[in-house]
Design a protein around this ligand. Structure first.
Ligand code: ADP
Ligand code: ASP
Ligand code: MG
Length: 457
């Protein structure tokens, strides 16, 4: 049996964090761990910024950003080794920084940044962090093999948000990853990045390292995927909005997936699916409090729990599109025509609410509104409200809790709710409010439904 441990950016932000990570990994050594790393701290943001500066032709700005990134990594190394890091690590860092330098100069010369070039540039954060952690483990006498995950993480060529090819990943994991694994042998690799079949670097989209971890976990049939981060698991709400939010100890896969999809940033939205497919528990844990509480996400979740709701998530900005047709009732296939438009334009719709003569639905802030309006305008009246937020109350027991709707709407009576929808899986009650009311809506709901709980079981 084996374990996947994923450490997010804040968990490897500096030398002190890396030491913590090494302790946790050492503790897991008997369970054949595969360690999946994010870039250190805000490195990915800095790489994006450097690439954008280069695209504007601002070579100096891009070079300065690169210099800072490299200096930050060297500083962490200096602290970790209290002096000179191993020569091969120094050489690796130099070689990578030369490559990024060349890429950024190329972008600046052309003033052109394709999604493919951007992926090549931003992939360096994970390559750097994983090399540092592997070398550090090695120096501490912990046998660690570094794997370039691009040998395994096969994706399509949708740069910036590539689609993993799970069959190929499983096949490649057998030949490239499994032979490196074993008790007391640690494999250290990267999250977020992948490669096409032609060996071109891709990324899974921002925050994608969680997804990498569950994909690799499924590919090797791991007994558990551990997501190590800066909170004690999935909390009843985003702690930045609700400081008194408490950990949810057990969640179902459906709850975890729904919360992630509706804005709980603690998990990348795609993380749960591979775990469902392979029936692998996902746990979410705090790197700075390894002995503390944590969340476990499984098929059965908190079955038996009496809690009316599991957690609240929210997401903004989103837009609400309302489509009206006085002849809607008479027109069979009206909804099909509407969804055909969204399908053709490749726009995903999150929440839908229908009335007799109108349909309202929510789309991302960056959806191609003009194109949508033009196509729908051919057969209906269309209006768009932007700067809205989606607030989702998630829980397997929502529909079994009588009086819940009254509690929800009583709690947020002071807020104008523009749209209400119970997801078809019946575990998600979604509300649309103006963006300015998002935080208040989340806080009021949290107070009404979770106040007084030390933790949520
Ligand atoms: P990492 O760098 O480890 O991937 P992220 O910043 O992506 O970490 O995710 C962790 C953050 O997610 C937390 O610090 C918290 O601010 C945010 N978050 C949002 N919703 C929740 C929630 N329901 N439970 C826990 N954390 C949440
Ligand atoms: N480093 C990447 C990002 O910042 C991936 C991740 O951390 O999950 O988006
Ligand atoms: Mg994350």
């Amino acid at each position: 049996m084996s374990l996947v441990l994923k450490f997010g950016g804040s968990s490897v932000a500096d030398a002190a964090c890396v030491r913590r990570v090494a302790e946790i990994v050492k503790g897991a050594a008997p369970r054949s761990p595969v360690v999946v790393l994010s870039a250190m701290g805000k490195t990915t943001d800095a790489l994006f910024a450097a690439a954008q500066a280069a695209e504007r032709g601002e070579t100096e700005v891009a070079m300065r950003a690169l210099k800072e990134i490299v200096a930050g990594h060297k500083k962490a190394c200096g602290e970790l080794w209290e002096g000179e890091p191993p020569v091969d690590l120094q050489q690796f860092i130099e070689a990578l920084s030369t490559q990024i330098d060349m890429l950024l100069r190329g972008v600046a010369l052309l003033r052109e940044l394709s999604a493919r070039s951007r992926d090549a540039i931003v992939s360096f954060g994970e390559l750097l962090s994983s090399q540092i952690v592997a070398a550090y483990l090695h120096s501490r006498g912990v046998p660690a093999a570094w794997l370039d995950v691009r040998r395994v993480m096969r994706t399509d060529a949708s740069f910036g948000g590539a689609e993993p090819q799970t069959g190929e990943i499983a096949r490649l994991a057998r030949t490239e990853l499994v032979p490196l694994m074993g008790p007391e042998r640690i494999v250290v690799t990267q999250g977020y990045i992948g490669s096409t079949k032609d060996g071109i670097t891709t990324t899974l989209g921002r925050g994608g390292s969680d997804y990498s971890a569950s994909l690799l976990g499924a590919a090797i049939g791991a007994e558990e995927v551990q997501i190590w981060t800066d909170v004690e698991g999935i909390l009843t709400a985003d702690p930045r909005m609700v400081p008194e939010a408490v950990p949810v100890l057990e969640l179902s896969f459906r709850e975890g997936a729904e919360l992630a999809a509706f804005g709980a940033k603690v998990l990348h939205p795609a993380t749960i699916q591979p775990a469902v497919d392979a029936d692998i528990p996902v746990t979410v844990r705090h790197t700075m409090r390894p002995e503390g509480r944590f969340s476990t996400i499984t098929a059965k979740g908190g079955a038996g729990s009496k809690r009316p709701a599991t957690a609240i998530a929210s997401r903004s900005p989103i837009q609400v599109i309302t489509i009206e047709s006085t002849r809607m009732l008479a027109q069979s296939g009206f909804l099909a025509r509407i969804f055909d438009v969204f399908g053709r334009l490749g726009v995903s719709v999150d929440v839908v609410a229908t009335a007799e003569v109108s349909v309202s639905l929510t789309v991302e802030a960056n959806a191609p509104i003009e194109a949508i309006k033009k196509e729908l305008g051919a057969f209906a009246h269309v209006s768009v409200a932007s700067d809205r937020a989606l607030v989702a109350l998630v829980g397997e027991r929502l529909k079994h809790t009588s009086g819940l709707a009254a509690r929800v709407f009583g709690a947020i009576a002071s807020i104008n709710v523009e749209m209400i929808s119970m997801g078809s899986n019946e575990i998600n009650l979604s509300l649309v409010v103006e963006r300015k009311d998002e935080a208040a809506a989340v806080r009021l709901l949290h107070k009404a439904l979770f106040a007084g709980n030390g933790e949520s079981r």
